[in-house]
Design a protein around this ligand. Structure first.
Ligand SMILES: C[S@@+](CC[C@H](N)C(=O)[O-])C[C@H]1O[C@@H](n2cnc3c(N)ncnc32)[C@H](O)[C@@H]1O
Length: 256
């Protein structure tokens, strides 16, 4: 039973962190003329209405992208993707990761997205006609399709972490995926939680991938007592320049 709906959280500070790094990495990777593959295990719906009841109810976007939009130079890949989406869909629409990828990538690049929730899949297919969207478990989809064609590429794994076993299963998933696709850029988003639930998983991941990079930013909880106080991105095979971009983001988040 899937209860998580990203519409309540779209455009929050965690999305700003995740999407800024994602847009930057993809933009860097398209500087080479060779086509690439983009895959997502947990895609969500691609377009979110920040004036919808879900966003209004939590107020997370008001404390997120509404404040952070002005942090980014107009030519930052995240700012460009945001502007591109809003030029087409209106100023209150926020792009999820599949839309950011589509706005950043080129015609020749391949997108393959998995999403399980029926309503999210329907919205995703409507938003991104022509893109391969499978209504399957994202972990199984990735393992069955990797290595992808083209082999150059990036996979984003962005679980909702509502299933507690995700924390135990993700290291093994990434181990198997990396064995099948050693050259793939594997990016995992994870929450930084006050109860430290993410920590054993992160220790296991860093033991497994000693050269991988983990970048975290901190921000105030969305509501008093809310357990998420930061956002993390763990990247295997990070693109050149990732560390500098991450440092620049750390400076931006120091304003929160
Ligand atoms: C955090 S949201 C995705 C947000 C999106 N990546 C973005 O940044 O815009 C996680 C999504 O994963 C979906 N989901 C949960 N378990 C899944 C699974 N095993 N396979 C595929 N999708 C799943 C949920 O329905 C939800 O839409």
């Amino acid at each position: 039973m899937l209860s998580y709906q990203h519409a309540y959280h779209a455009g929050n500070m965690a999305d700003v962190h995740k999407h800024a790094l994602l847009a930057w990495m993809l933009d860097y990777m398209i500087q080479k003329p060779k086509a690439l593959s983009y895959m997502e295990t947990h895609a969500g719906r691609a377009l979110y209405d920040l004036r919808g009841p879900e966003a209004i109810k939590t107020g997370e976007a008001a404390q997120g992208i509404a404040l952070a939009a002005k942090w980014f130079a107009k030519d930052h890949p995240y700012a460009r993707a945001l502007a591109k989406t809003r030029a087409v869909h209106g100023p209150d629409i926020y792009p999820g990761s599949p839309q950011i990828a589509l706005d950043t990538l080129r015609f020749e690049d391949e997108l393959t997205l998995a999403e399980l929730h029926p309503a999210e899949v329907e919205a995703l297919r409507a938003a991104l006609p022509g893109v391969t969207v499978t209504q399957t478990d994202g972990y199984a989809m990735a393992l069955s399709r990797c290595p992808p064609d083209p082999r150059r590429g990036l996979l984003l794994c962005d679980p909702s972490w509502e299933v507690k076993s995700d924390y135990d299963d993700v290291p093994e998933f990434l181990r198997k995926l990396h064995r099948r696709w050693p050259v793939g850029v594997l990016a995992l988003w994870y929450p930084v939680l006050t109860d430290g639930r993410h920590k054993p998983m992160m220790r296991a991941l860093h033991r497994q991938f000693p050269d991988a990079i983990s970048h975290t930013v901190n921000f105030p909880p969305a509501r008093p007592g809310h357990g998420m106080v930061g956002s993390g991105m763990f990247v295997v095979n990070p693109p050149y320049g990732f560390v500098d971009e991450a440092k620049a983001l750390s400076r931006l988040f120091a304003r929160v």
